[in-house]
Design a protein around this ligand. Structure first.
Ligand code: GUN
Ligand code: ZN
Length: 477
């Protein structure tokens, strides 16, 4: 049997993939718009025009309402929604986390999802919130794990999702992911992260994503449950998330909020619309504010920008510029920058996924100095051995013939073989005046090379000011 998820392109730990479901193939990364079976501002059949390939709805809402339940059982979920593409169903776990109880058990809701023809079924996991006691996180996780085992035993022709819980305990997340990875599941949602995203705790979110990913097979499709703001998609994709679901487009619209890939504005605060979607080219902000369809217009715009951002991310993966995109997006909010900086603590882990070569490396600030390519090169440099006279120079010199080896110098990489100066990553577009972080890494690499080659005689020629220069001078004596 061919794999249900096939990865076709990669960048950092992000990937473009093909997920096969009973109602067709979905290209990831993608967002699943959340469809409420009761109220639909935008009809599911119309969602395809925005770029939606798969929807998500809540099976518990259908189950609880007799007329919806009867119709879904009689005609099937796809006919109920009026959408013939793939549909994922959630289980009522969210209601469980809000109201403390639901009128259904795990096997009943899984059976119901299968009976109505869901493409991806979700068991009744317990979404343990962030920051609870270790005891509570462990005991709720063990209930979740029992229910997931039970679900695996009921598997039919639908795909089955295994939500990863464990609150803000990275070891619990990683252990849960590792156990579930060995079982018969198709999709791995990372659960109970909505409170982290609502309070902009992006560094904690990064910890949760990385811990979960560490326990999973890299071949497994990963869903970030409840993530729907376009400004954080690129960071999550870079860490290996493939599926997102968004009720935000509609919830934000209800509140008069206008999404962009850099953040959210209240429509009342916008004098100009920074978007060229069909809504924003047909109306100005005043017309949207005054329109009786304000909510629908905003929901439409929010969906357009959500899918535009996904296309931008996929293009970045194809051309190997995902780091550049992540850095740009994370500059739009300090909390997102915290998320990026936390992610950069895991660069060594990311290295195993990052392609060996890409087209470009645009230096955009101190965070670029911590990219996979720089850390990876720093490790490689430790294997270089030299004897005799070694010149490390920033610019070409007249007297290079007097040396046994000539190395270039470029921050943030430091010393590198001159013959590779036109190849990735040394052909990086960098700033003329390197920042302190970039220079520190580059100069540390110079020092490291000198320490590792005590029998070589180094000459370093470079016009920079930095505290490490005197240390390097010390080595040259
Ligand atoms: N929706 C948002 N978070 C969660 C979660 O942790 N579990 C389930 N089943 N649905 C969710
Ligand atoms: Zn727009």
């Amino acid at each position: 049997m061919p794999p249900i998820f096939e990865i076709t392109h990669k960048d950092i730990a992000g990937r473009i993939g093909r997920l096969e479901t009973p109602h067709g193939i979905v290209e990831t990364p993608t967002v699943m718009p959340v469809v409420n079976p009761n109220i639909q501002t935008i009809k599911p059949s119309e969602l395809r025009e925005f770029g939606a390939e798969i929807l998500i709805t809540n099976s518990y809402i259908i189950y609880r309402k007799p007329e919806l339940r009867e119709r879904a059982l009689r005609e099937g979920l796809h006919s109920l929604l009026g959408f013939d593409g793939p549909v994922m169903t959630d289980s009522g776990s969210f209601q469980l986390s809000v109201y403390g109880e639901v009128e259904v058990n795990n096997t009943q809701i899984i059976q119901f999802q299968k009976d109505i023809g869901s493409d991806i079924c979700v068991p009744l996991d317990i979404p343990t919130p962030p920051d609870v006691s270790r005891n509570r996180a462990e005991s709720e996780l063990s209930v979740t794990m029992e229910r997931l085992e039970e679900a695996a035993g009921l598997k039919g022709s639908s795909l089955l999702a295994a939500p990863i819980q464990g609150s803000t305990y990275p070891d619990l997340r990683e252990d849960a992911a590792r156990k579930l990875s060995g079982m018969d599941f198709d999709v791995y949602p990372i659960g109970a992260v909505v409170p982290l995203m609502e309070s902009y705790r992006y560094s904690d979110l990064v910890d949760v994503i990385v811990a979960s990913k560490k326990g999973l097979s890299p071949a497994a499709p990963v869903h970030l449950f409840g993530a729907g703001h376009p400004m954080m998609f690129s960071l999550a994709v870079a860490l290996g998330c493939d599926l997102f679901d968004s009720a935000s487009y509609a919830l934000y619209a209800k509140d008069g909020r206008y999404m962009t890939s850099r953040g959210t504005h209240h429509i009342e605060d916008l004098q100009y619309l920074p978007c060229s979607c069909p809504v924003c080219t047909s109306y100005d902000s005043n017309e949207i504010i005054k329109s009786e369809n304000r909510e629908e217009l905003l929901a439409r715009h929010n969906l357009y920008v959500t899918f535009a951002e996904m296309r931008e991310i996929k293009q970045a993966i194809r051309e190997g510029s995902l780091w550049e995109l992540v850095e740009q997006r994370c500059r739009s909010h300090p909390k997102l920058m915290d998320g990026l900086r936390r992610a950069l603590r895991f660069t060594e882990w990311l290295l195993q996924f990052d392609p060996l070569t890409k087209s470009t490396f645009f230096y955009s600030g101190p965070e670029s100095a911590l990219r996979t390519e720089v850390v990876g090169y720093g490790k490689k440099l430790r294997n270089f051995t030299f004897k005799g006279k070694v010149l490390i120079r920033e610019k070409h010199l007249e007297n290079e013939g007097n040396y046994d080896h000539v190395l270039g110098f470029k921050a943030p990489f430091g010393p590198y073989p001159v013959e590779l100066s036109e190849t990735y990553p040394f052909h990086a577009e960098v700033v003329k005046e390197p920042d302190y972080e970039s220079l520190t890494i580059a100069l540390q690499n110079v020092l490291e090379l000198m320490k590792l080659n005590p029998n070589a005689e180094f000459t370093f020629v470079c016009d920079v000011e930095h505290p490490l220069i005197s240390k390097i001078a010390g080595f040259q004596q």
